[in-house]
Design a protein around this ligand. Structure first.
Ligand code: S3P
Length: 435
């Protein structure tokens, strides 16, 4: 699938919602599956990544039914009620599915295997294997690093560990918290920078809160039971980021994005865009099933390049592809450092974005842990998304403000996080089409 974007005449206008939050949808399925009794998840993201997680739990013996269009009803089997799967569990493109599932499966009395697509099979897993092994789990990976992961049956209960994360990663943190539910003693985790805390918020809602003590997260184990959940999944800020930046860049735009998740650990992009000169108003802010939610009102603005403080990086880790596009359309230079993790996402996002922006006539330079982008005039052209959903959507937005049309190749994976992306952009009047 390709996306074709043509230079936009006239502003983007309208009020839209975006699909449910991917991180929260994965976690809701996982925790509901091991809770006691029936949970309901409203606003579940029906995308390829999150449907993989639901399919994995069905294969582990958990009854899961679709409710209406975007709801799930899950009959939790309890912490010790999962069944051995008959076949490998396929996580598709999803790092979150694989890393969190590995934590949860490490303490089970049966063996399991986790596999993924070509992109996921290149992503680093030593970061989870190492601490899970210290907890007593036995996990085999190809060259000790890459999927498939073979998780042996736990012969005895896991033991809790105290662990300083070598990278700021919510997936790694959540993997260890899920393993910690089955471990004896206190699992204590220190993060180099705080990361999204959806797992912690949801564990609290299920009656088994994580505490903070001297800068460490503390989870007591083994957990006796989790209570069933009623989750209302907010719109995904990481998906909202695409129409948001499009509205900023296309002159004359006025756009409202409604019911978007506003977890503070996800909002680094807002801080950066405001420092670049954007004004984004938050309205109707409220708490919804333990997560902050609100509406965003955006008008187009002239942006200036900035140096992004490295300590802001983990709060916007998924938003760099679209930030790079905002930087390309801004005046002056934007410098990103301390973002080496971008090289091990669904693609090497530094390389893919710099390569694509250069094709579009922008001066951009790769750094080992970031990039320097000099704002300028975007030309048209044909760019490669490298099968990465967020790079694909970022280049599609670039096409709206380029001088000539932009064709983005290899866009199937947009469906892993944002099904209906092109249709929702079209609802705002965007001159974009899929084909
Ligand atoms: C996620 C955490 C982030 C993010 C990913 C989703 C999560 O990864 O990039 O899209 O749901 O925990 P890392 O925690 O590995 O940085």
């Amino acid at each position: 699938m390709r996306i074709l974007s043509r230079p936009q005449k006239g502003g983007l206008r309208g009020r839209i919602g975006v699909p449910g939050d991917k991180s929260i949808s994965h976690r809701a399925v996982m925790l509901a599956a091991i809770a006691e009794g029936r949970s309901e998840i409203a606003g579940f993201l029906p995308a390829e990544d999150t449907l993989r997680t639901a399919a994995a739990f069905r294969a582990l013996g958990v009854p899961i039914r679709r409710l209406r269009e975007d709801g799930l009803a899950i009959e939790g089997v309890g912490l010790r009620g999962l069944l051995a799967p008959f076949a490998p569990l396929d996580c598709g493109n999803s790092g979150t599915a694989m890393r969190l599932l590995a934590g949860l499966l490490a303490g089970q009395p049966f063996a399991s295997t986790l596999v993924g697509d070509a992109s996921l099979s290149r992503r680093p897993m030593r970061r989870i294997i190492e601490p899970l092994s210290r907890m007593g789990a036995s996990i085999q990976a190809s060259d000790g690093e890459h999927p498939p992961l073979r998780i042996d049956a736990a012969r005895k209960p896991l033991g809790a560990i105290r662990y300083s994360l070598p990278v700021a990663s919510a997936q790694l943190k959540s993997c260890l918290l899920l393993a910690g539910l089955y471990a004896e003693g206190e699992t204590r985790i220190r993060e180099p920078h705080p990361t999204r805390d959806h797992t912690e918020r949801m564990l609290a809602a299920a009656g088994w809160p994580v505490h903070e003590e001297d800068g460490e997260l503390v989870l007591r184990g083994p957990c006796p039971r989790l209570e069933a959940l009623q989750v209302a999944v907010p719109g995904d800020f990481s998906s909202a980021a695409f129409p948001l930046v499009a509205a900023l860049l296309v002159e004359g735009s006025q756009v409202e994005l409604v019911d978007v998740g506003l977890n503070p650990r996800r909002l680094g992009l807002l801080r950066v865009l405001e420092a670049m000169g954007a004004r984004i108003t938050i309205e109707r802010e409220r708490l919804c099933a333990g997560e902050p939610v609100g509406d965003l009102r955006i008008e187009s603005a002239k942006l200036r390049g900035i140096q992004i403080p490295p300590e802001w990086v983990s709060d916007m880790i998924d938003e760099f592809p679209i930030l790079f596009v905002a930087a390309a359309a801004a005046e002056g230079e934007t410098v990103v450092r301390g973002a080496g993790e971008l090289r091990v996402k669904e693609s090497d996002r530094i390389a893919v974005m710099v390569r694509g922006l250069r094709i579009l006539g922008i001066e951009a330079e790769e750094l080992s842990d970031g990039a320097i982008i000099r704002g300028g005039r975007l030309r048209g052209g044909v760019v490669e998304s490298a099968g990465d959903h967020r790079c694909a959507m970022a280049f599609a937005v670039a096409g709206l403000v380029a001088e000539e049309e932009v064709v983005v190749l290899d866009c199937e994976n947009v469906a892993t996080s944002f099904p209906g992306f092109v249709a929702r952009m079209q609802a705002l009047g965007a001159t974009m089409q899929a084909g």
